[in-house]
Design a protein around this ligand. Structure first.
Ligand code: FAD
Length: 451
């Protein structure tokens, strides 16, 4: 029997491969690059010998599919999950403020969190309670076509609640500014975090590099089940014979037969890999026009640890989130004893205005912001690594939300996966894994029907 061919070795492709191979369905995964992981991978920084990610990835405990996936590949314990959700922010006037949700039944946990935080004035706490009520009563048709900003206005949020709470949250979840991000998708994500139980919003942070959390364990799992993964395999198209896709074509001219095809590539590559008939019909013609949003990450090493917190939301500056890589985990083992001092990764999401800047300028901006929070020692780094992901995620605007494709196509054995497809989530690992598993479920149903 020909294998199910999966094109793309990012998390959506790997999730599809894990799902199918765990059910002993033969798969062949083809990845263009020399390594797997797509937009979620880690590598060693030569100067320090530290494993760093291509960008800090954070999950929340409420991401059920991701947690299940990690359970299947055996790395669930490589995530550190907060015992109760807590977000520490630095506010330009109020200083360090915490927003902690007590472990109470929903929505009492939200109520408790809002009442006890020192981040807001009493009037703004009332405004947040109003938004909380709106979230609970939310009906999707009410937000159709709205941006996050318009929705926040419609539920009476002040400029200060937007700046100090909604904007940092939205930019972290959506990788887009509230003025353009889709309210519908944001609200769905927020409901998963804040209304799926008291622990749903707890931050889950990898204690190892992304490749050790997701990629290599997934590869090992797939191979143990008999699946095959090929890197350096650049797919250029697919061919229909009769009703179904019969094979995919590689750049070098090789033709690979398949029983079903899952395209798990980014939005800007998908249309060009479709069979000619679908391409010519204009199906997914708009996919290549989906706007993309960049993320800039700056890793900084210091003589001493300058950051007492593990994570920090930064309000009113250019950096939005800061992570203490030393305390988060994977640099604390005995093998890292020689690497003393501090290591921070700072993130600028929706980095449209920053992504073209030079490394020195970006480093200076981050150091200025850190110094204004932690004092002069945080302004003097001994080493910096700047990572620009220009195409980090699709830009999840209300217009894009309307054109995200479903996983099924008019070709019965062709499925479309990826964080940008119609998952209901923003561009997240949870969305990518959900989409891969959904496609795998469809391909499995086909293969069982054929028996
Ligand atoms: C800096 C950064 C920070 C992020 N932070 C978070 C976060 O905190 N939380 C979160 O949940 N998400 C985060 N994300 C988003 C998350 O990484 C993505 O949603 C997810 O990795 C997307 O997986 P995917 O499989 O859909 O796509 P991709 O990872 O893009 O995988 C697609 C794969 O297809 C391959 N490919 C393309 N064309 C071909 C071809 N012709 N032939 C063969 N292979 C091909 C590509 O090389 C790639 O490996 C972040 C992303 C970035 C970049």
């Amino acid at each position: 029997m020909n294998p199910v061919v999966i094109v793309g070795g990012g998390l959506s492709g790997l999730a599809a491969a894990v799902h199918l191979s765990s059910r002993r369905i033969p798969i062949l995964l083809l990845e263009q690059r020399k390594f797997l992981g797509g937009r979620a991978y880690s590598f060693v920084d030569d100067s320090t010998g530290t494993v760093i990610d291509n960008g800090q990835h954070v999950l929340i405990a409420g991401y059920a599919r991701t947690m299940e996936f990690l359970g299947t590949i055996g790395t669930r314990d490589r995530l550190r999950v907060q015992s109760a959700p807590e977000f520490v922010f630095h506010h330009p006037r109020r200083g360090f403020c915490s927003f902690r949700l007590p472990l109470l039944p929903t929505p009492l946990h939200l109520l408790g969190g809002i009442i006890t935080t020192d981040l807001f004035s009493p009037a703004d706490k009332l405004r947040l309670l109003r938004a909380g009520r709106a979230l609970r009563a939310f009906r999707p048709e009410a937000a159709g076509g709205m941006t996050v900003d318009a929705w926040l206005d419609s539920v009476g949020q002040s400029a200060e609640t937007k700046r100090s709470f909604w904007e940092p949250l939205a930019v972290a979840i959506m990788n887009e500014r509230i003025a353009v991000a889709s309210a519908l998708v944001f609200i769905r994500a927020i409901r998963t975090a804040f209304l799926s139980g008291a622990r749903g919003a707890a931050l889950a942070i990898p204690t190892v590099g992304l490749s050790d959390l997701y990629v290599e364990p997934a590869r090992a799992f797939i191979e143990r089940q008999g699946g095959v993964l090929r890197c350096g395999a650049d797919v250029t198209g697919s061919v229909v014979d009769g009703e179904n896709v019969a094979c995919v074509l590689l750049k070098e001219g090789e033709m690979i037969p398949c029983s079903a095809l899952i395209l798990a590539v980014p939005s800007y590559r998908a249309a060009s890999l479709l069979p000619a008939a679908l391409r010519e019909s204009g199906y997914m013609a708009t996919a290549a026009t989906i706007p993309l949003s960049p993320i800039v990450s700056v890793h900084l090493w210091f003589e001493k640890d300058v950051m007492p917190q593990e994570t920090l939301g930064v309000i009113g500056r250019r950096v939005q989130w800061v992570f203490n890589r030393r305390t988060i985990g994977h640099e604390n083992g005995p093998e890292n004893e020689k690497r003393r001092g501090g290591h921070i990764s700072a993130v600028i999401s929706a980095a449209h205005a920053f992504v073209e800047m030079g490394n020195d300028e970006l480093t200076r901006i981050v150091l200025e912001d850190l110094e204004s929070i932690y004092g002069p020692n945080a302004g003097r780094a001994k080493h910096a690594v700047v990572i620009r992901e220009k195409r980090a995620t699709f830009s999840c605007t209300p217009e894009v939300e309307r054109i995200r494709p479903r996983c099924v196509t008019s070709v019965p054995n062709l499925f479309i996966a990826g964080d940008w497809t119609d998952t209901g989530y923003p561009a997240t690992i949870e969305g990518a894994i959900t989409s891969g598993e959904r496609c795998a479920g469809r391909a499995m149903a086909l293969s069982e029907g054929a028996k």
